[in-house]
Design a protein around this ligand. Structure first.
Ligand code: PLP
Length: 397
């Protein structure tokens, strides 16, 4: 059976060039970068070269990159580290309703500790409005955290505009760029951010490694204490092979950014057009134009996303019904609910996230299988009634 992987926003395969490089740092160049002998110096040099590669990819300086165990840790470091370092200045944090749980749950954790939290709404395309950020600011605001691209619906937020609004106000501005990196240009100065989260396994690098970019002068309290690695900002022996793989993945993503984006966009448009033309009662979720090139998120009425996923899987097609971190739970996606989509329709949503290795034949295969799967599931669904529209949300007949 043909196998088609369309869950690249959950994770990507490691690029063979990256994998080959990583292996040498497990088997032959295995020194601890803190050791002063030649093995250690060799690892240290490679670690610092990787830091430069990551920095170059986002327009930063290498000293501003702190390696972490991934996007989740970098998000925690951004939110908690900023809150703890700035609590003498204020206690108000602003974020959006569609953030990844690594941000939302961390902000809610701080709220329990007495910090004040504003969670901003988004419109039906999943877009945050800059005026809402402006209105939410108070003299107590110490941090604004808004993701660059959403992991479920792919909407790209107006980060540069928010950056301009916050410039000179003494408020730390963080963006989670886990899903935008490698898909659209990400440059810390163009975006006007003080902190930026990135993760290697979404850009054909290894799992369990990421970084937080910290602009010079931005105060962050360390959360992990010990040997003083990463300039005392994140202790612990560095994941040298992982970091070196992350650096290489950034270098390759930089070289391929334009070609990858054009390829992904082409496949995405083919897929959206094909789904819309062959399946009735489908809504495309996310912004029609302001979206990353690899995301297709659709709500298919009268069917359960989980049943769709299982049927697709039986046909060798891997997709997702929301973010991978929350699948397995039957709660509808907080992102779709925040966009005004009702529970019933949110439950019937599917995310296809395309990757570098996908082909037109992959998309054709999905378009060959999906309409039949939907038809079969609808025939069994007590909800299927051609006459009704949904009155409680944005999907009208
Ligand atoms: N932020 C976003 C937007 C994500 O999509 C993810 C992972 O899906 C994360 C953070 C967490 O990153 P990691 O898996 O590296 O911990």
């Amino acid at each position: 059976m043909r196998r088609v992987y369309l869950d690249n926003s959950a994770t990507t395969p490691v690029d063979p060039e990256v994998a080959e490089l990583i292996l040498t740092y497990y088997t032959t160049k295995y020194g601890n970068p803190s050791s002063i002998h030649s093995f250690g110096r060799e690892a240290k040099k490679a670690l610092e070269d990787a830091r430069q590669q990551v920095a170059d990819f986002i327009g930063a300086k290498s000293a501003q990159i702190v390696f972490t165990s991934g996007g989740t840790e970098a998000d925690n470091m951004a939110v908690l580290g900023t809150a703890y370092a700035n609590k003498h200045k204020g206690n108000h944090i602003i974020t959006s309703a569609i953030e990844h749980h690594a941000i939302l749950d961390t902000c809610l954790y701080l709220e329990k500790q007495g910090f004040k939290l504003t969670i901003l709404p988004v419109d039906e395309d999943g877009l945050l409005h800059v005026e809402d950020v402006e209105k939410a600011l108070t003299p107590e605001t110490i941090l604004v955290s808004v993701m660059h691209a959403n992991n479920e619906v792919g909407t790209v937020q107006p980060i540069a505009e928010i950056g301009k609004l916050l410039k000179g106000k003494g408020i730390v501005f963080h963006t989670d760029a886990v899903q935008s990196l490698g898909k659209i240009p990400v440059n810390v100065d163009d975006l006007g951010v003080d902190l930026l989260t990135a993760s290697a396994h979404k850009i054909y690098g290894p799992k369990g490694v990421g970084c937080l970019y910290i602009r010079k002068g931005t105060r962050i309290e360390a959360l992990v204490h010990g040997g003083g690695q990463e300039r005392k900002r994140r202790s612990g022996t560095e994941n040298t092979p992982g970091i070196i793989g992350f650096g290489k993945a950034c270098e390759l993503a930089g070289q391929r950014l334009e070609a990858d984006a054009a390829h992904l966009k082409n496949l995405r448009e083919l897929m959206i057009k094909g789904i819309m033309e062959t399946i009735p009662d489908v809504k495309l979720n996310g912004h029609p134009t302001e979206r990353i090139p690899n995301n297709v998120n659709v709500s298919i009425r009268y069917v359960e996303g989980e049943s769709l996923l299982l049927s697709l899987d039986m046909n060798g097609i891997a997709a997702s019904s929301g973010s991978a971190c929350t699948s397995g739970s039957l709660d509808p996606s907080h992102v779709l609910l925040a966009m005004g989509i009702c529970h019933e329709i949110a439950h019937g949503s599917l995310r296809f996230s395309l990757g570098r290795a996908n082909t037109v034949e992959d998309i054709d295969y999905v378009l060959e299988k999906l309409p039949g799967i939907v038809e079969r599931l609808r025939a069994m669904s007590p909800l299927y009634d051609n006459e009704r529209g949904c009155n409680s949300c944005t999907l009208k007949k």
